[in-house]
Write a protein that binds this ligand. Sequence first.
Ligand code: UD1
Length: 429
Amino acid sequence: MERIYINGGNRLHGKVEISGAKNAAVALIPAALLADDVVELENVPHIADISSMVSVLKDLGVSIHYLDEHTLRIDSRGLVNRPADSEGVRKMRASYYLLGVLLGRFGSADVVFPGGCNFGIRPIDLHLKGFESLGATVEAKDRIQVRAEHLHGANIFLDVVSVGATINIMLAAVLADGTTVISNAAKEPHVVDTANFLNSMGANISGAGTDRIVIRGVRRLHGTTYQIIPDQIEAGTYMVAAAITGGDITVRNIIPKHMDSISAKLLDMGAFIEEFDDAIRVCAPEPLKDTVIKTAPYPGFPTDMQPQFMTLMSVVRGTSIITENVWDNRFQYVTQLHKLGADISVDGRVAVVKGVDHLDGCEVEATDLRAGAAMVLAGLAARGTTVITNVKYISRGYEAMVQKLVQLGADIRLEGAAADPIIVEGRVG
Ligand code: UD1
């Protein structure tokens, strides 16, 4: 079994290159299938969720291969609309995007229920209601089957701000007849990236990044070359790594604006932040202090940074509070921080974190992707050795995390990992 070993206490310093955004990549790769053509996607992160997505697409007859380590060529001219029920589909939350894509391109889709990290009930009712508004019938038992004789534009109000529903409805609506308006839409950077990507394929989408997105249906989409945005959450995780180790790290290849809510909290806790055009430097020469965080849809504080900040709060002066407003049950990992000596009490959606003098290394488990990143941060700060199990969760969303941390001066190693090499086929013919 894979394990990460960390001897804590090193102050991290240096520069780290941030990879392409996982949550954008898992939307853009299936979105490429909307064109009966060839798409080249650059800045694709090398993470397990992408390997799963690639194998799912191959099962559907798509010709997909790497031109270089981070560029995927996707040729969907051979795409076949068969049921998507492979192991890869079951593993990933984002396989729900196949519903919108196949419905949009072929008028029907048959996909098993998506997997992904388990932090409470993760419904997709808003996706399905959106498809129904566009003229589809939906059957959802152990698998989801959607079908439409004629997809047409509609006015859709989302009861809850949902990233997945916003993107999925956009995917189904780009080739529909007429105009679709999504109100109370999500504004996350990867929603905007998906709209920009689809527009580069000939779609007509405006308003992405606001809470009202207008999609005017077009007859067909064409191939394109497009670069995926940098990963906001990966960047945020390394910013916390600087703060929690009293270090000095510059995260590079990022969009600083995407980091505003995260930078603001680090500043509030007493860290020093320096912003450049495509980089942010974080250093924490003095001990940090408590703060209050309420997670919210973008541009609010991202729920996907909540576990990393909980860990940081565990070792700063004073009492911090986190209110989790997006997911019902995203504090399961707190028991792991308790093992390391953190003083955290949870009551429903609220966690109260009393800073302790130090954490003591021990064996902990990555209970999900971001909780896994939080365990790594805890290990970097803890006295002695921390051993992290269930590393497969971390590999789902962080490219080369151990190597990047070694370059920043961490005493960290990964044992027992099977290599997942990228096979670069380059341009053939
Ligand atoms: C995406 C991210 C995930 C992040 C989350 C919130 C991907 C692949 N994953 O997940 O990392 O934590 O956004 O930023 O991009 N909801 C409903 N009905 C629905 C859909 C959602 O009630 O049909 C609720 C959810 O229970 C949750 C809230 O809406 O409380 C937000 O969920 P959503 O934004 O849809 O999350 P995902 O797109 O699944």
